[in-house]
Design a protein around this ligand. Sequence first.
Ligand SMILES: *Cc1c(COP(=O)(O)O)cnc(C)c1O
Length: 404
Amino acid sequence: MFQINEHYQALPGSYLFSTIAAKVAAYTNANPDKQVIRLGIGDVTQPIAPAVIEALHQAVDEMADASTFHGYAPDLGYAFLRSAIVQNDYRPRGCEIREDEIFISDGAKSDSGNIQEIFDTRCKVAVTDPVYPVYIDANAMAGRCGTYDTVTQTWSNVIYMPCVRENGFVPDFPKEEPDLIYLCIPNNPTGTTITKAQLQGWVDYANKIGAVILYDAAYESYITEPDVPHSIYECEGARTCAIEIRSFSKNAGFTGLRLGFTVVPKDLVCGTVSLHAMWARRHGTKYNGAPYIIQRAGEAVYTEEGKAQLQEQVAYYMRNAGLIKKGLQDAGYEVFGGVNAPYIWMKTPGTMGSWEFFDDLLERAQVVGTPGAGFGPSGEGYFRLTAFGSYENTAAALQRIRAL
Ligand SMILES: *Cc1c(COP(=O)(O)O)cnc(C)c1O
């Protein structure tokens, strides 16, 4: 008789967003006259930029003609897109990344969840706390996390690196030596970042102990400050210790179109085995490529027209972020993030728990955010608001919060 993968049974219920939805539904049922504003969403709301839409239409028409039809994409993705990535994301920043080190995919969630497959199940994983849950859950499914303690809300075999106000949301090197280190910079959920010098410290550390950094740069386009790294390959030595994962979701609104990529440098080896060759094998076996139409849309992101339009889109969200940050500060809250990321991470007042604050904000201001505790134990006492709403809703929400 078959047996299931028992590691799935060890996963705690992903109750964060379902609990939020249930609480909001209960509130709106009881208060049908009240208008709830959602600043908890992690999805974009602005439509796809015109330059990208044009590329989509053109690619769709190509599919209708036998002479321009495209079937399976090349294993690593189309050269036109990989070339645009190198020329725009890496070369101008002095990063020595070649086209054949880029693997086009359907997004950063799948890549950040799947990349652990090429490592031994005994590898010890380190994550920041709070954390984007995908990193932990994917490793738990593979049996790498041990057992989950519902009281401490931690896994027995995961190294947690607290990122809190006291350390400026910069993780300290862990006491126990990790094999795999997940870093998301700029960070979801805290909206904070680290400096290039600090990231260089992590690269040096990983090279010294023989660890791999899995670097999620999904929010790269939101960086506004000069000293924040856009890519881990800006750091010396990153080619021998880092895999970088990127997405078109947050910079170009591709959450529904689906496109991302992962960079595995050819210098990244374990003994004589190349991780690039392993990921190529994995990609070739389990994945048949992002759609041609979507890769053409991705190419348009890098045209002059596309870049200008997307800069405006990012600026739209960052205007919201500024509004939230200033509004909360004026109301007396302690606020982090929101300068290089579309997330604002606020301290709940006094000793108020993050779920308590959630209920209070829903009840008194009809504003929905995300309790920090949902992202890990060190998120307790914090609350996340996102800048992905409309300007009007964001402004209205902040007016309500100020009036409390
Ligand atoms: C939104 C997000 C992604 C993007 O995922 P896609 O699958 O490309 O849509 C990746 N990492 C983090 C931390 C995110 O918040």
